[in-house]
Design a protein around this ligand. Structure first.
Ligand code: OFO
Length: 183
């Protein structure tokens, strides 16, 4: 009896996303390592915490594939990206990484729609929502570095930003919870 509830195409897409999430964790780890090496411990702390979030995302894909009766394939993780040139460039890389990930998630959502795999479609909705948060968070980083002076930010402005990020929450309030009284 066939107990695998995933089509070959959906399985391949989910498994590849599992590896992508592990790769995202490596990217955040490498960016965090760069930041710490440059003396930005707050930024590094923020990026290391985010690396953990990506590992958690990877586990969600792994568990879901198992739950649907298939066996995930643990593949080699591609290498991390090149070190950034400065903090502005580091945050640009974070934003690009998140947009790329959103695109990858949307592709699987579309696939699940075409295949009428409603279980997978439903599972992916958590990621669609999560990506709004992740993109907003990375846009906020870009706002902060812009206010600090972008590529011309002074050491003092970068130090203040670094301190702030050490304690910045990893979660953001969702726009869907906003009201007129509580925008
Ligand atoms: Fe940064 O996001 Fe995973 O999915």
């Amino acid at each position: 009896m066939k107990t695998n509830r995933l089509s070959e195409t959906i399985f391949a897409a989910l498994n590849s996303q599992l590896t992508k999430e592990a790769h995202a964790a490596q990217i955040y780890l490498s960016l965090g390592t760069w930041a710490d090496d440059k003396g930005y411990e707050g930024i590094s702390n923020f990026l290391f915490r985010h690396a953990n979030e990506e590992r958690n995302h990877m586990m969600k894909f792994l568990e879901y594939i198992l739950d649907r009766g298939a066996k995930p394939v643990i593949e080699p993780i591609p290498g991390p990206i090149e070190d950034p040139q400065n903090v502005q460039n580091c945050f640009n890389k974070v934003f690009e990484q998140e947009v790329e990930n959103t695109t990858a998630i949307y592709k699987i959502v579309k696939l699940s729609l075409v295949e009428e795999d409603w279980a997978t479609w439903n599972f992916l909705q958590w990621f669609v929502k999560e990506q709004i948060e992740e993109e907003t968070l990375s846009l906020k980083l870009l706002d902060k570095i812009k206010i600090a002076g972008g590529e011309k930010a002074t050491d003092e402005a970068l130090q203040t930003l670094d301190k702030e990020l050490e304690h910045t929450s990893d979660d953001l309030p969702s726009a869907t919870n906003a009201t007129q009284a509580n925008p």
